[in-house]
Design a binder for this molecule. Structure first.
Ligand code: SF4
Length: 224
């Protein structure tokens, strides 16, 4: 008996192989906290691994330092996580650590009173982006509780902040992933996803795709 869905899956797999793409296709949790057009371009062009910033490299050094200096039986570092968004697409991420049934994220932060809290002690809560990313990892891992460890970049003192799993925020993140999938599918059909706008007003300033967006619609010149 004909099954159109399975036929469509079969067709998609052939198209992926012809284009040299791996399957299922991956969307990184971290990419969903920023401009979704950037995430779509990055997924379509497969440039994600070349988009590491100096800040991300410092974060990697912090993770290594914790990993090499903390020796606990129950802790696992750099834990890969996956969640199927829809047929052929998976949300992927890597939790910095899982200690028993708690997901841990390690963040490095500089403090400047002109731009947020002036010190680690004055910090009331971690950033919205960090919380939504940890919440995604909790949902993907099926765990209820996690902690964001914030390390002061100038002194290596730290504090930790509790985050509890929230289903609604994760549903919103999956909605953002579907916007990225639509954007990638448009690019594959030769259409530019101009309907996707940057999430934050200054994102375009340092974006590697600025020359492409500049040639098409210069979103940074339009009011949001
Ligand atoms: S230049 Fe701006 S709109 Fe274009 S992908 Fe980058 S952040 Fe998004």
């Amino acid at each position: 008996m004909e099954n159109p869905d399975r036929l469509e899956t079969f067709n998609r797999e052939i198209r992926n192989r012809i284009a040299g793409r791996r399957s299922p296709r991956k969307i990184w949790v971290t990419s969903l906290s920023f401009c979704l057009r950037k995430a779509a371009l990055s997924t379509y062009l497969e440039t994600f691994k070349y988009e590491r910033t100096g800040e991300m490299l410092l974060g990697t050094l912090l993770h290594r330092w914790v990993q090499e200096n903390v020796d606990l039986e129950e802790i696992e570092f750099e834990v890969p996580l996956e969640y199927e968004i829809t047929d052929g697409w998976v949300l992927v991420g890597r939790a910095d650590a899982i200690l028993g049934d708690k997901v841990l994220e390690f963040k490095l932060k500089g403090f400047n009173p002109e731009n947020g809290p002036g010190s680690l002690d004055e910090m009331e809560e971690p950033s919205k982006i960090w919380k939504e990313q940890l919440n995604a990892y909790l949902n993907m891992a099926g765990l209820e509780e996690g902690y964001i460890y914030v390390f002061d970049r100038d002194g290596l003192d730290f504090r930790h902040f509790k985050v509890e799993r929230e289903g609604e925020a994760f549903s919103k993140m999956l909605g953002r992933a579907r916007v990225v999938i639509n954007g990638v599918e448009a690019l594959e059909q030769g259409k530019f996803p101009a309907w996707i706008r940057p999430r934050y007003s200054r994102e375009c300033e340092s974006c590697i795709f600025r020359p492409i967006c500049g040639a098409i619609d210069k979103p940074w010149e339009k009011s949001r």
